[in-house]
Ligand binder design. Structure first.
Ligand code: FAD
Length: 376
């Protein structure tokens, strides 16, 4: 017979960046929080590990630009709370297809975010490690998030605020009833008034083991992606960058940034479809060769023969909008589609509002407004 634990206000399933950020925001609002993560701290099987992620505010529309703006003071607050540097501002550059670059410049302008449009030749003088395509926009309040450090800092700040953060606990199923949700693990039932499912690529499967009411999630694809790090041969001044295809670049778009492991570049969402069980953790040599060829053509500031690849999971919705919504006592935060890290503390804040009933899910994040599948 399983041990039954006293009821917490909120049980969070998943200790990636999203669940950890939610634990911090909920605990600082005075909620009793239990966070359950199936693997060890710093594990590399999900989406949130590694030394770097891009933080940028330039998006194609104002919705995500505003959301990134809301995250910025919270990233700073996390740094102040823990004394850990999680965000280094290096600026960010979008370049390539003029129509996309102009759209991003327009979103920044509409929200009063400092930015400048540059000629490719003046951008190359400023950042000699990069060869710039047709149109360029730069905004300085952007840069590099230290991914592993950020997840650890969220968990540390959550624990400081009273959250119970546990690793090595697999949640098997969820049972909703009149007083909340029973979260079933191999040796205990952890009771919550609410549960937050922030289980990344495992979310859909866990929700198939949840009693009604069940959310209607959009069909999500999990892919194994493979960025690579290259040894820099120019100085340390690297902005984060996104190269939009369609002008001079005829292959997939590329993102990149400086990191403690070298200059990281990757294609966005081109990896093979997998499950957490079938993924190989091995980079496809053809994909690494494409990145090396890109580096040889576009990045004079790296040694193109020095690629070291890593793998990571994307869990993507058809339109790349996240799923953050509530049904009954269950909040789901999933489908971060390869661009969720930068928003994590703002998503944590939204999750806290959904739990308290003081926020409603923004329309792009709702269950059931896109092509949906039931959780079972
Ligand atoms: C290669 C790559 C590059 C990226 N670059 C950027 C970038 O530059 N900028 C950006 O903003 N975003 C970027 N992203 C996206 C960002 O990293 C993800 O959107 C984000 O990390 C998703 O976090 P998550 O918490 O939803 O998922 P995860 O990190 O996968 O966390 C889910 C957690 O839930 C746990 N879990 C699952 N099921 C259970 C269970 N039953 N019981 C207990 N625990 C469970 C898992 O073990 C896991 O730790 C990138 C992603 C990748 C893969």
């Amino acid at each position: 017979m399983s041990r039954v634990e006293p009821r917490a206000d909120v049980v969070i399933v998943g200790g990636g960046v999203i669940g950890s950020a939610a634990a911090w925001r909920l605990a600082t609002r005075g909620k009793s929080v239990t966070l359950l993560e199936q693997f060890e701290p710093g594990h590399r099987r999900g989406a949130s590990h590694g030394s770097s992620r891009i933080y940028r505010q330039a998006y194609d529309g104002e919705f995500y630009t505003a959301l990134a703006g809301r995250a910025l003071p919270l990233w700073r607050h996390l740094q102040d709370t823990t004394g850990t540097e999680v965000l280094t501002l290096t600026g960010a550059v979008d370049h390539g297809l003029p129509a996309v670059v102009e759209l991003r410049a327009r979103s920044l302008a509409a929200l009063g975010i400092r930015h400048e449009v540059l000629e490719p030749c003046s951008a190359e003088r400023r950042w000699p490690g990069i060869r710039f395509d047709t149109a360029v926009v730069h905004h300085p309040e952007a840069g590099r998030l230290h991914a592993d450090r950020a997840v650890a800092a969220f968990q540390e700040a959550a624990a400081q605020a009273g959250a119970d953060v546990r690793h090595g606990i697999v949640v098997e199923s969820l049972h909703s009833h009149g007083h909340g949700v029973d979260v079933v693990t191999p040796d205990a039932v952890v009771r919550g008034r609410h549960v937050v499912v922030a289980a990344g690529a495992w979310s859909h499967r866990l929700l198939t083991r949840a009693s009604d009411p069940a959310p209607r999630l959009p069909a999500m694809r999990t892919t194994q992606e493979q960025p690579a790090h290259f040894v820099p041969v120019t100085g340390p001044d690297w902005p984060s960058f996104v190269h939009h295809p369609g002008a001079l670049l005829t292959t997939a778009g590329i993102y990149g940034l400086g990191s403690e492991d070298g200059i990281k570049i990757g294609e966005h969402g081109t990896g093979p479809e997998v499950t957490p069980e079938t993924r190989t953790f091995r980079a496809d040599p053809a994909g690494v060769a494409r990145l090396a060829a890109y580096a040889a053509r576009w990045l004079p500031g790296v040694d193109p023969g020095s690629a070291v690849a890593d793998t990571c999971l994307y869990t993507s919705t058809p339109d790349s909008n996240f799923v953050v919504d509530r049904i009954g006592a269950v909040v789901v935060a999933a489908g971060f589609s390869g661009h969720g890290f930068k928003f994590a503390p703002a998503i944590g804040e939204l999750i806290a509002g959904l739990v308290e009933g003081t926020a409603v899910a923004p329309e792009p994040f709702r269950f059931g407004t896109r092509e949906a599948v039931t959780a079972r």
